[in-house]
Design a protein around this ligand. Structure first.
Ligand code: 0O2
Length: 221
């Protein structure tokens, strides 16, 4: 009986997943618009790449069981906030906050949660800006409001996080202290690199600005 209940829930979840796919489509379109506008105003593209992912019904149910979330649709909708995920890799640290502010200003998006693991990195060194957004999805007969988890990070943060995930995913034993320290040091190196690149970017932008100012003055004389 448990099996047929789980099977029924899996079917229901598969159906309601459509709203999450549409939410991801909506958010991706919004990001594309912001990206083009940013390019126009600041004369460079702040986004290196964007990834979206939908959890499978199996992994939603597994996580719900792991987190003791009641196995019903309303409870899964309310408590599982990372069914739809979008990860945006930016060029520079400051781009992360510019982009996050632009997203937060959108009237149809509600920011439910804001976690700044850049200002407050996790003990292992993990850095990223996490937002949980509530998005209205206009279906043929109703409006669904669904959660989308957005992670915004630089490519250096993403490099560290992807490899850390690869190395430690499903590593259930306790990690030796030396490894924990080295992992954190690697995160600090990635952070230093981020600031170095950001400073280079600022210096070159300033030189470009002064050059432009100089040519405009020459032209006007
Ligand atoms: P996956 O495989 O990337 O989807 P939650 O665990 O989501 O119920 P929590 O802890 O409040 O709740 O979420 P948090 O801290 O916002 O982190 C959620 C996601 O951020 C993770 O999803 C990872 O994608 C990423 N993340 C958080 N901490 C780390 C870390 O130390 N290393 C790496 N590589 N990624 C991290 P999942 O579902 O755990 O994993």
């Amino acid at each position: 009986q448990d099996y047929s209940r789980l099977n029924h829930l899996k079917k229901e979840v598969t159906r309601f997943m459509l709203a999450y796919k549409f939410a991801l489509d909506e958010v991706s379109t919004k990001i594309n618009i912001l990206e083009e506008e940013f390019q126009l105003i600041h004369e460079y593209n702040p986004i290196e790449h964007i990834n979206t992912r939908l959890k499978t019904p199996e992994s939603i149910i597994k996580k719900a069981l792991r987190k003791n979330v009641e196995l019903s649709l309303p409870s899964i909708k309310e408590n599982m906030r990372d069914i739809a995920g979008i990860r945006i890799n930016c060029s520079f640290n400051s781009d992360i906050y510019k982009l996050s502010e632009m997203i937060q200003k959108q009237k149809d998006i509600e920011v439910i949660e804001y976690k700044d693991y850049i200002k407050n990195p996790k003990p292992n060194g993990y850095r990223s800006l996490h937002l949980i957004l509530k998005i209205p999805v206009f279906m043929s007969d109703r409006v669904e409001h669904v959660f989308v988890e957005m992670q915004i990070r630089t490519i250096a943060m993403d490099f560290w996080a992807s490899l850390e995930h690869k190395i430690f995913y499903k590593f259930n034993k306790s990690v030796p202290e030396k490894i924990t320290r080295e992992l954190k040091e690697a995160a600090e190196s990635a952070n230093e690199l981020d600031w170095k690149m950001e400073n280079l970017h600022k210096e070159i932008s300033e030189i470009k600005r002064m050059d432009e100012e100089f040519s405009t003055t020459l032209f006007n004389e």
